[in-house]
Design a protein around this ligand. Structure first.
Ligand code: MSP
Length: 639
C-alpha cells in the first residue's frame, strides 16, 4: 500500500460533539496513526457539515446569523479534537469557499450531462434526518421511520438527480467488490435495499424555504440538498478540480468511516454521484455500530449524550481514547456505562500496563543504578516463554489493523502485558537480587524492558502521549515506528532508565461520579441491564406513586436541558427536576396532571434539588410523560 486516506463523516454543527462523534474521530485518528506508524503516507480528513435546514434552524433558534453560528460550533468540534489528541491532516467545513466552488462545478457537470432534471416533489420531509420519505415509509402516516419525529408534507418544484439510472450498475459494482461495503452484513443490507426500485434523488431546496446552502448554478432560485454538498467533501478536501495532482495523490479514499445511521447516503447516493461524475469509487465504506445508553442510541436529540469534554476533564483524553477503541467491537453496537468504563480502565491501565512499567523501572533503578544491563545468552525457560509470547506481536498487530480489528489490537497487547507481569512474578527478580544471581537478574530485567518498550511503541497510535512518557522513562531514542517495534533490541544496554510518575493512576468511581454529576451516574445505573430482574409485590409497594398537578414550570437557568417543575402532590408543592426540555416547552406542561414518585430521597441535579421523579416513557427517540386520562385530584394514589 503506497498511501492511506481515511475520512470521518462531517458532523452537523447543530450542537456540540458527543461521545458518538468522538468515537468515529478517535477511530480514524488511531487508524491514521497506525498507518503512519507502518510507514505509509497518510491523509486523515474530518470536518463539519454546515448547510441545510437543520443547521439553519439551530442558528435561527439561537438568533444568530448562520455563518457566525457555524463558526462557533465548528470551533467546538475542532477544540474537542485538539483535546482528544486528534491529529487530522485537514479539517474541512462545507462553508469553505473552495468546497462550495467545487460543489457548484459538480452540479453543473451533472446538469450538462443530463443527469439532473426539473420535476415536482411530493413527499414528507424530516428536518432532523434531512431526508425525504414516501408515504409508505412513514410510521403512523406521519412519523419519520429513522428518528420517529413528525415529518412535514412538501409539494414543490424540485430538481432530481437520475439516481435510478445507476441502480443496476451499483448492484453489480457491490457484488464484484466485496471490500466496498463493510462489514459484510451491512453490504447485504444495502443489496437488500437495492432489490426495490431505486427512485431519483431530489437534490434541490427552493430558496423560499431554505437559503442556507450552495446555490444551483443552473437555477438561482434553489440551493442544493445538504447531503449532495456534504458527500462531495471527501473529494474536494483533497483538491478535486482545484489541485488535481493532489487529488490524484490521495483519491480514492481507503476508508470512509461512518456510523450505521448514514449507510444509505454513503453506500447508495454517493457511489451514484461519483459514477455520474466519472470519479473512481472509494475503496471501503465501513459502517460501525452505535454507542448505546441502555438500549437507546446515544445522541444529542435524545438528551442522553455523554459529554466528552466532561469525561476528558475527569479521566483525561488518553484513557477515553483507550476505552473507546477497546470496548467497541468494530461493526457492532457497544453499551456505555460509567462503571464499565472505570473497570476497563482500571484493569488494563494501572493494574497491567502501569504496574509492569513501574516494576521494571524501579528494579533497574534499585539493582542496576538505573542503567539497563546487557543480556547473556540464555536457555532460561521463563525467558523463552516470554519471548515466544512476544514474538511476532508487531506483525500480529499490523494484521489486526489491516483487518480493522481495532479492539483486538488492544486485547492482544494486553494479553502480552499480563504475561509479562506473570513473568516478573515467576522469576522474582527481588529474590534473584537477594541471592546474588546477577546474571539471571540482568537477563530478566533486560527482556522485560524490551517487552515493555515494544508494547509502549505498539500502543503509540492509541495513547500517544502516555506512550511517549513510557518510552522516555526507558531512555528510548529511536524512531516511533512498526519497524522499531519489531526489533529484538529496542532499548540498548547502558540506556538510562528512570522512574516517572505513575502512567495511569487508578481512577476512583466516587470522584468521577462527583465530577460528572449525580444525574449522569444515576441515568446510567437505571439503564443498566443488571437492574432488570423480577421483584416482589412488596418491593413495588415501597414506591409511593401519586397524581401530581404541575403548577409552575421553567427551564433551569444553569442547564437548558432541564425543566424545573413545581408540582402539587396533594400534601405539598414539590420541586422536580427533569431532563425533558428537548421534548416539552414549560408552557405546555403547566396545569397538566402527571404521575410522581414521592418517596425518593431528594437528589441534586446540576445544583437543583429534586424532591421526587415524574414518570415518562422513552422509546429511544421520543420521550412522553405519562398523564392520567381522566381528571384526578393531586395526591390520588397510583396502585
Ligand atoms: N452530517 C452528516 C454526515 C455527512 S458525511 C458526508 C451526519 N452528521 S452527524 O453529526 O449526525 O454525525 C453522524 C455520525 O456521528 C455518525 O455516522 C457516527 O459516525 C457518529 N455518531 C453519532 N452518534 C453516534 C453514536 N451514538 N454512536 C457512535 N457513533 C455515532 O450524519
Amino acid at each position: 500500500m503506497d498511501k492511506f486516506y481515511v475520512t470521518t463523516p462531517l458532523y452537523y454543527v447543530n450542537d456540540k460533539p458527543h461521545i458518538g462523534h468522538t468515537y468515529t474521530t478517535v477511530l480514524a485518528d488511531v487508524l491514521a496513526r497506525y498507518y503512519r506508524f507502518m510507514g505509509v503516507k497518510t491523509f486523515f480528513l474530518t470536518g463539519t457539515d454546515e448547510h441545510g435546514q437543520k443547521v439553519a434552524q439551530a442558528a435561527e433558534k439561537k438568533g444568530i446569523d448562520c455563518k457566525d453560528y457555524c463558526d462557533k460550533y465548528a470551533q467546538f468540534f475542532n477544540d474537542m479534537w485538539m483535546r482528544m489528541h486528534i491529529k487530522y491532516d485537514h479539517f474541512i467545513r462545507t462553508t469553505d469557499e473552495h468546497h462550495r466552488k467545487a460543489v457548484t462545478q459538480a452540479l453543473q457537470k451533472l446538469w450538462d450531462i443530463g443527469d439532473i432534471y426539473l420535476g415536482s416533489y411530493k413527499g414528507w420531509y424530516c428536518v432532523y434526518e434531512e431526508r425525504f420519505w414516501t408515504e409508505k415509509d412513514l410510521i403512523d402516516g406521519k412519523l419519520c421511520p429513522d428518528c420517529n419525529r413528525p415529518t412535514n408534507y412538501i409539494e414543490e418544484k424540485s430538481y432530481f438527480f437520475k439516481m435510478s439510472k445507476y441502480q443496476d450498475w451499483l448492484i453489480e459494482y457491490i457484488e464484484k467488490h466485496p471490500e466496498f461495503i463493510k462489514p459484510d452484513f451491512r453490504r447485504n443490507e444495502v443489496l437488500g435495499f437495492l432489490r426495490k426500485p431505486l427512485g431519483d434523488l431530489c437534490i434541490s431546496r427552493p430558496k423560499s424555504r431554505l437559503r442556507w446552502g450552495v446555490e444551483l448554478p443552473f437555477d438561482k432560485d434553489f440551493v442544493t440538498y445538504v447531503w449532495v454538498d456534504a458527500l462531495l467533501n471527501y473529494c474536494t478536501a483533497v483538491g478535486l478540480w482545484d489541485n488535481m495532482s493532489k487529488f490524484d495523490e490521495w483519491w480514492p479514499a481507503d476508508y470512509h468511516l461512518i456510523g450505521k445511521d448514514i449507510l444509505t447516503t454513503h453506500a447508495v447516493y454517493w457511489p451514484c454521484i461519483l459514477k455520474a461524475l466519472g470519479i473512481t469509487m472509494p475503496r471501503t465504506i465501513f459502517a460501525h455500530g452505535w454507542w448505546l445508553i441502555g438500549k437507546a442510541k446515544m445522541g444529542k436529540s435524545l438528551g442522553n449524550a455523554i459529554d466528552p469534554a466532561a469525561l476528558v476533564n475527569s479521566i483525561g483524553a488518553e484513557r477515553l481514547r483507550y476505552y473507546l477503541i477497546r470496548d467497541m467491537v468494530l461493526g457492532q453496537d457497544a453499551t456505555y456505562t460509567l462503571d464499565g468504563l472505570i473497570s476497563r480502565l482500571n484493569n488494563d491501565l494501572p493494574n497491567d500496563l502501569g504496574n509492569m512499567l513501574s516494576r521494571v523501572t524501579n528494579m533497574v533503578g534499585k539493582y542496576f543504578d538505573g542503567v539497563l544491563p546487557a543480556p547473556n545468552p540464555t536457555t532460561d525457560n521463563e525467558i523463552i516463554k516470554l519471548l515466544t509470547k512476544a514474538e511476532g506481536l508487531s506483525a500480529k498487530i499490523k494484521n489486526l489493523v489491516l483487518d480493522l480489528k481495532t479492539h483486538q489490537v488492544l486485547e492482544e497487547i494486553n494479553s502480552v502485558i499480563r504475561a509479562a507481569n506473570k513473568f516478573i512474578e515467576n522469576t522474582k527478580p527481588w529474590k534473584l537480587a537477594a541471592e546474588g544471581e546477577n546474571t539471571r537478574l540482568a537477563n530478566v530485567l533486560y527482556h522485560a524492558t524490551q517487552l515493555i518498550a515494544r508494547v509502549g511503541l505498539l500502543l503509540y497510535p492509541v495513547i500517544p502521549e502516555k506512550s511517549i512518557q513510557l518510552l522516555d522513562s526507558l531512555g528510548f531514542e529511536g524512531e516511533i515506528s512498526l519497524d522499531t517495534a519489531s526489533e529484538d533490541e529496542i532499548i540498548k544496554p547502558g540506556s538510562k532508565i528512570t522512574v516517572t510518575k505513575p502512567l495511569f493512576p487508578r481512577i476512583e468511581i466516587k470522584k468521577i461520579e462527583k465530577e460528572l454529576g449525580v444525574e449522569t451516574t444515576e441515568k446510567i445505573r437505571t439503564n443498566d441491564d443488571k437492574t432488570e430482574g423480577l421483584i416482589e409485590i412488596n418491593d413495588f409497594s415501597k414506591i409511593k406513586l401519586v397524581v401530581g398537578k404541575i403548577v409552575e414550570c421553567n427551564i433551569a437557568p444553569k442547564s437548558e436541558n432541564l425543566l424545573l417543575l413545581k408540582v402539587d402532590t396533594g400534601e405539598k408543592i414539590r420541586q422536580l427536576v427533569a431532563g425533558i426540555a428537548k421534548w416539552y416547552k414549560p408552557e405546555e406542561l403547566v396545569g397538566k396532571s402527571i404521575i410522581v414518585i414521592t418517596n425518593l430521597k431528594p437528589v441534586k441535579i446540576r445544583g437543583y434539588v429534586s424532591e421526587g421523579m415524574l414518570l415518562a416513557a422513552d422509546d429511544g427517540s421520543i420521550v412522553s410523560i405519562l398523564m392520567p386520562d381522566k381528571a384526578l385530584r393531586p395526591g390520588c394514589k397510583v396502585r
